[in-house]
Design a protein around this ligand. Structure first.
Ligand SMILES: Nc1ncnc2c1ncn2[C@@H]1O[C@H](COP(=O)(O)OP(=O)(O)OP(=O)(O)O)[C@@H](O)[C@H]1O
Length: 418
């Protein structure tokens, strides 16, 4: 057998580049990494940290094995030595009837998704690799899956809240282990990965090299078309930068009116995009314009050519603040409101207090703020609170057309791993 080559930093950077736009590499926009402590996801974490500073590893402790808590701690301290911050998510509700593996997986994804949502994480990377992909294909084939199922796992999968990324999906697992060995990084071996009670493991054990190659070739036929379309849409989006504060900056407008319409909807919070004719005219001759609740204007000191931002005159008035309520079709409040008289309204002219902020007043004044009468109590997005107990409140960016909506990436959808 040939010796496996470690994965290099520049190769990983090019694997990540196919996913298109990422939020700036700043502490307020971490990318999540799901780390089990096994070789694959640990290697993913190491590579991600070389690629980007703002990352957060999420370790799920299913609590199903006696030493699982200690293993999770061990993984967390290993990550710490690699300068990767992490949190451990403890599950106490894995249902033990039916398929334990399946229940554990559902509970794991729920916990990961909730943790990302509460921390404003939009992208979560998973450590699936090429052999996982081949096994998924063979499992689905054995179960009579349709063409869609046989395309197996996609590079990325969207939920309305989160995008799952699988940058290592075409990388052989031997290369991930070789990478860790080269760096002298240890990992945890999960005994269930070798337990033939599980069908996936039986498939793994029965696959010789030629079977593996044949399955890969078949898989490529199924997956090719889907991923090709996905890469086209990722390419279009990779040129812009979308911010969960509710604005988009870009050097040029996307050439597809439907795509531009979706961006417009995300920023304005509108249920419908502007007319395709108006958008096509704008693409043909870009110019500053106010349309359908959003404004296209010069990005100025934001560094790119265009800024797409909520139209100030169209912003909603004040409404009573309650957890779960959405204001201006864009921002949903979460957390316990300390005073029943609190209202949500735009920061407006009070944005002048944040003059030193790197973002222009045009963006800041449209952010949601919490008010009691004329008193400004909190601007959660800016980390400004009149008193510590207001700091429990958060707004999430939740327009009717979210920036990470599945229809943004139609070809990336897939069924959850079998
Ligand atoms: N307990 C966990 N905590 C966090 N993420 C997990 C956990 N288990 C699995 N994952 C994520 O899901 C991916 C695929 O899971 P799978 O069970 O196939 O991998 P694994 O064999 O447990 O571990 P690894 O991929 O880390 O070697 C992992 O690479 C990792 O990103």
């Amino acid at each position: 057998m040939r010796k496996a080559h470690p994965v290099g930093e520049s190769q990983f950077a090019s694997l990540m580049s196919v996913f298109g736009p990422f939020l700036p590499d700043e502490a307020r926009f971490p990318i999540g990494i799901a780390v089990s402590g096994g070789a694959d996801s640990l290697c993913l974490a190491w590579l991600m940290r070389r690629w980007r500073r703002a990352v957060l590893a999420l370790i799920v402790d299913h609590g199903l094995r006696d030493n699982s808590a200690a293993e999770a701690e061990e993984t967390a301290s290993r990550l710490q030595t690699l300068d990767i911050p992490s949190v451990i998510l403890r599950l106490d509700s894995v249902i033990r009837t039916g398929s334990l593996q399946k229940n554990a997986r559902i509970a794991r994804y729920e916990a990961l998704e909730a943790a990302c949502l509460s921390r404003g994480i939009l992208d979560l990377a998973l450590g699936h690799h090429e052999r996982d992909q081949v096994e998924t294909f063979l499992l689905r084939e054995a179960h009579g899956s349709s063409t869609h199922g046989l395309a197996a796992m996609a590079f990325a999968r969207e939920t309305p809240q989160l995008r799952y990324l699988r940058p290592l999906l075409e990388v052989a697992p031997e290369r991930l282990r070789a990478t860790l060995r080269q760096q002298g990084i240890q990992w945890v071996e999960d005994p269930s990965n070798r337990n033939p009670v599980f069908e996936r493991v039986r498939i793994r054990l029965s696959l010789d090299q030629s079977g593996h190659r044949a399955a890969r070739a078949q898989l490529a036929l199924h997956a090719g078309r889907r991923n090709e379309a996905a890469l086209v849409s990722a390419g279009a989006l990779s040129k812009l930068q979308a911010d969960p504060l509710g604005f988009v900056v870009m050097d040029s407008l996307p050439g597809d009116p439907a795509l531009l319409g979706r961006l417009w909807q995300s920023v304005s919070g509108a249920v419908y995009p502007p007319s395709p004719q108006a958008l096509a005219a704008l693409i043909a001759a870009p110019r500053p314009v106010t349309l359908g609740g959003a404004q296209l204007c010069a990005a100025g000191r934001l560094g790119k050519t265009w800024l797409l931002v909520r139209e100030p005159a169209a912003i909603a008035g004040r409404i009573a603040a309650q957890s779960g309520v959405t204001w201006d079709g864009r921002f949903t409040l979460r957390g316990e409101v300390p005073d029943p008289g609190t209202k949500i309204g735009a920061l407006g002219a009070e944005a002048r207090h944040f003059r030193d902020h790197t973002l222009p007043a045009k963006i800041l004044s449209g952010l949601p703020a919490l008010w009691i009468g004329t008193r400004l109590m909190a601007v959660p997005q800016l980390g400004a609170f009149a008193a510590p107990h207001w700091a429990r409140l958060r707004f999430s960016f939740s327009p009717a057309m979210p920036l990470s909506d599945p229809s943004f990436w139609p070809e990336y959808r897939e069924t959850v791993k079998t």
